[in-house]
Design a protein around this ligand. Structure first.
Ligand SMILES: Cc1ncc(COP(=O)(O)O)c(C=O)c1O
Length: 405
C-alpha cells in the first residue's frame, strides 16, 4: 500500500495521465476487494452496490472463483479457439441445461455477444427469410459500444455519434406491442430487447408485453432475441429473466455475471437457428479455458440449492428498505426485480447523491439524473443492505437539509 502511495506521489505528471480519459473517475485507486467490500490505497473501505456494473455476481474475490482461477491457471490457460478445451465444453453444457437453448458461442464482452446475435439473425434471414435483415429494437435500450450494438441501442445521446451508423435497426417504445407490429416489414428478421432496461435506469418490460412479443414473433416467423447481459445469471432471482414471463427466446446473450469479474460472454441459440458456416464467426480469445473455467464455477454456485431463492429474498428485503427510504425522503418509489433495483429520487440529484455516498464509503450508480441503481453481489447479506440503507438515509437527509452539500 505504502509503495503504491509513494508511486502516486512520485508521479511527475498526474498519476493517471497515461490513461485515455474516457470517463470521470474519482482520484481513488482500489487495491483490494472481498465480498461486498472494496478498499482503496489509503485503507478506506467502501460498501460496493455497483459490483463492476452487475458483474461480480459472487462479490469480490469469492473463494469459488479464486479456486477455479488457480486450478485452471496451472492446467491450461488457452489453446486457441480452433481446438476444443474441457471447461469450454462443460460451460456450454451448463448453459444449455439451465436455459433450454442448445448451442453457445463464447465471446469476451457483452457487445461482442450481441454482435454475434445480430450476425446470426442476419445469416438466418439470408437463409430463411429471403434476405430479411432488419432488427426491431427499443427506445432507450442498451446493447453495447461497438458500432452495430450502438446502432441497435436506443440511447438518444448516440443518435448522431460516430456517423455513419450501422443500418438495419428500427426503434419502437418499450411495452407497445402495436408499434412493434407496425414496425414489421418484409425486411424484418428479429426483435431484440433487454427484459429489464438496466442502463436506461432499470425499466422492466411488462410480462404481458413479453408474452405478446413471443406470440407476435412466432406468428410472423421472426426471431426473438433477449439481451440478458445484465439480467441473466441469477440477477433477478431466476437463472434468466425470461423465466419470469414463462416464455423462451430464440437467441439469448449473456455477459457480466457469467464470468463473475473475468471477461466472458456468450451468445446462445436454438439448434435450428445455428446457421453460421465455418469462418462466419470467431475470435482469438473466444472460449479460452481460463475464462470458461471461471464461468463453470459461477454457474455451479448459482445452481446450488437455495441460491436463487436467497437472491429473491434479498431482493425483497432491499426493495422494502428502499421503499421505506423513498417514503421518508419523498422520492418516487422503487423499480426492478431481484437484485437489479432503482430508486426514483423524484428529482435530478442522482449524480450528487452518488458522489456524496461515495465520500461516505458507499458505491451506488446513477444511470439517469433522477435515479440510483443498485446491483449488489448476489451474495449480499441483510446486514450489508442495512448498512447501505443507513448511509443512503444520511446522505438523502443531508441533501434535504443542504442541497449545496
Ligand atoms: C443489457 C446490456 N447489453 C450489453 C452490454 C454491453 O456489455 P459489455 O460492456 O460487456 O460490452 C451491457 C453493458 O452494460 C448491458 O447492460
Amino acid at each position: 500500500m505504502t509503495s503504491l502511495n509513494a508511486t502516486l506521489m512520485a508521479h511527475k505528471a498526474g498519476p493517471f495521465d497515461a490513461l485515455m480519459d474516457i470517463t470521470s473517475r474519482p482520484p481513488v485507486v482500489f487495491v483490494e476487494g472481498r465480498g461486498s467490500w472494496l478498499r482503496d490505497q489509503t485503507g478506506k473501505d467502501y460498501l460496493d452496490f455497483i459490483q463492476g456494473w452487475a458483474v461480480n455476481c459472487l462479490g469480490h474475490c469469492p473463494d469459488a472463483i479464486t479456486a477455479a482461477i488457480t486450478v485452471q491457471a496451472r492446467r491450461l490457460i488457452n489453446c486457441s479457439p480452433s481446438f476444443y478445451n474441457e471447461p469450454m465444453i462443460r460451460l456450454a453444457g451448463l448453459i444449455a441445461r439451465h436455459s433450454g437453448l442448445d448451442r453457445t458461442f463464447f465471446a469476451n464482452s457483452g457487445a461482442e455477444a450481441n454482435e454475434g446475435a445480430i450476425k446470426l439473425a442476419r445469416k438466418w434471414g439470408s437463409r430463411h427469410r429471403a434476405g430479411a435483415h432488419k432488427i426491431i429494437t427499443f427506445d432507450h435500450g442498451f446493447h453495447g459500444r461497438t458500432l452495430a450494438t450502438m446502432a441497435a441501442s436506443g440511447k438518444p445521446q448516440w443518435e448522431h455519434l460516430f456517423a455513419p451508423k450501422v443500418e438495419g435497426f428500427a426503434k419502437v417504445p418499450l411495452g407497445d406491442i402495436s408499434q412493434v407490429e407496425r414496425a414489421i416489414s418484409v425486411d424484418t428478421v428479429a426483435v431484440m430487447l433487454e427484459p429489464i432496461q438496466g442502463e436506461a435506469g432499470v425499466f422492466c418490460a411488462d410480462t404481458d408485453f413479453l408474452r405478446d412479443l413471443r406470440a407476435l414473433t412466432r406468428r410472423e416467423g421472426l426471431l426473438l432475441i433477449f439481451d440478458e447481459i445484465q439480467t441473466g445469471i441469477g440477477r433477478t432471482g431466476k437463472f434468466f429473466a425470461f423465466e419470469h414471463a414463462g416464455i423462451a427466446p430464440d437467441i439469448m446473450t449473456l455477459g457480466k455475471g457469467l464470468g463473475g469479474g473475468i471477461p466472458l460472454a456468450a451468445m446462445v441459440a436454438h439448434e435450428g437457428i445455428c446457421c453460421f458456416e465455418h469462418g462466419d464467426q470467431g475470435g482469438t480469445f473466444n472460449g479460452n479455458a481460463f475464462a470458461t473455467a471461471v464461468g463453470c464455477a459461477v454457474m455451479e454456485e448459482i445452481a446450488r440449492p437455495g441460491f436463487l431463492a436467497g437472491v429473491t429474498q434479498m431482493g425483497i428485503y432491499l426493495s422494502g428498505g428502499l421503499e421505506a427510504l423513498s417514503r421518508r425522503h419523498r422520492c418516487g418509489g422503487v423499480r426492478g426485480k431481484g437484485l437489479l433495483l432503482a430508486l426514483d429520487l423524484g428529482r435530478a440529484i442522482g449524480p450528487q447523491i452518488a458522489a456524496e455516498a461515495f465520500a461516505q464509503g458507499l458505491l451506488v450508480n446513477s444511470p439517469r439524473p433522477d435515479s440510483l441503481r443498485f446491483m449488489p453481489a448476489l451474495t449480499v447479506t441483510r446486514d450489508e443492505i442495512d448498512q447501505m440503507l443507513r448511509i443512503l438515509d444520511q446522505v438523502l437527509g443531508k441533501w434535504a437539509a443542504d442541497p449545496t452539500c
